[in-house]
Design a protein around this ligand. Structure first.
Ligand code: TYM
Length: 330
């Protein structure tokens, strides 16, 4: 079976963008592949976090993974910080990653602009840790949204570079990006991606927003001065984003969505999209609530999966340590 690896930062309740770009697809892969889904708390501290909040977010993210349908018996769902091999391999990979490569990363450029008071070394070498995440498990495929493509390219370059120097060590992974939903835009500024760190609450849908909130946010979504529901990302980014969301949820093509709303106004259209989103998220939200009251179950998943992940990660780490010339532990 092929290996799948992906992760999310526990930097707040995830958005509809994270869900449609990543989490929803993950749930479709669990029967066919060996999947690992990480909660990347070590990446999260590249920007300032309140410790109590980070702890809570990490646990809730694990609950959201499970609530979305990831079965912890079939998938390895775990906390990055529980598997020390991530940090150890990241250090080694840092020594095979160039400053020039890291300076070209758009996520680094964006984040260092946003957090100009805290441009730390971790933020800069973030992609080397991400490469370590993926390469430790010899992953074949990495299901992510478009914004992570550049990091994936760098991961491949690092893996190829290392393999060329030391002989075949790492599987060179490929990005696995959904056809529809890989880049969900802000509801208030459809030229920007939807992000959980947006300060405007109307710009993003949290996956635990209730039905009324979801519909209200869609009603307020920025569109354009025309009246026709037509897919045209350049001239009608707002409407196209809503069509993408609707298509990603209903499984319809943009053509089918266009036909469904032919002759209907934006008002009806927005409410329909909001209802579809609310309905899609309802079962997840109910399971999330149930899981919140089952502390022992979540504790069990955290412990067991961390052990399995550690076992797998250590195998690759030992191989790499040997290749670079670290003396064996006698
Ligand atoms: P993060 O936490 O920012 O986002 C998690 C996943 O959600 C996707 N995503 C989106 N998809 C569509 N539309 C959007 N508006 C949108 N916003 C986010 C992201 O592409 C991602 O798939 N660096 C990663 C976390 C990470 C990781 C890894 C991922 C760390 N190590 C190893 C894969 C493999 C990140 O910050 O994702």
């Amino acid at each position: 079976k092929k290996v799948i690896f992906s992760g999310m930062q526990p930097s707040g309740i995830i958005t509809l963008g994270n869900y449609l770009g990543a989490l929803k697809n993950w749930t479709n892969l669990q029967d066919e592949y060996n999947c690992l889904y990480c909660i990347v708390d070590m990446h999260a501290i590249t920007v300032r976090q309140d410790p109590a909040v980070l702890r809570k977010n990490a646990r809730e993210l694990m609950m959201l993974y499970i609530a979305a349908g990831l079965d912890p018996e079939k998938n390895i769902i775990y906390m990055q910080s529980h598997v020390s091999a991530h940090a150890e391999l990241a250090w080694i990979l840092n020594c095979f990653t160039y400053m020039g490569e890291l300076s070209r990363m758009t996520q680094f450029k964006d984040k260092s602009q946003k957090h100009s008071d805290n441009i730390n070394a971790g933020l800069f070498t973030y992609p080397a840790l991400m490469a370590a995440d993926i390469l430790l498990y010899q992953a074949d495929l990495v299901p992510v949204g478009i914004d992570q493509r550049q990091h994936l390219e760098l991961t491949r370059d690092i893996a190829i570079r290392f393999n060329n120097l030391y002989g075949d060590t790492f599987k060179v992974p490929e990005a696995y990006i959904p056809k529809v939903g890989a880049k969900i835009m802000s509801l208030q500024d459809p030229t920007k991606k939807m992000s959980k760190s947006d300060t405007d609450v109307n710009a993003s849908i949290s996956i635990i927003d209730d039905t009324d909130t979801i519909i209200r946010k869609f009603k307020r979504a920025v569109t354009d001065s025309e009246t026709e529901v037509r897919f045209d990302e350049e001239n009608k980014p707002g409407v196209s984003n809503l069509m993408t969301i609707y298509g990603a949820i209903t499984g319809q093509t943009m053509e089918q969505v266009t036909n469904e709303f032919a002759g209907k106004g934006y008002g009806d259209f927005k409410v329909k999209v909001g209802e579809a989103v609310a309905e899609e998220l309802k079962p997840l939200q109910n399971r999330f609530k149930e899981l919140s009251s089952d502390k022992a179950y979540i504790d069990g998943v955290i412990k067991k999966n961390a052990e399995t992940a550690s076992y797998l990660a250590t195998k690759t780490l030992r191989k790499v340590q040997k290749k670079v010339g670290f003396p064996p532990i006698i």
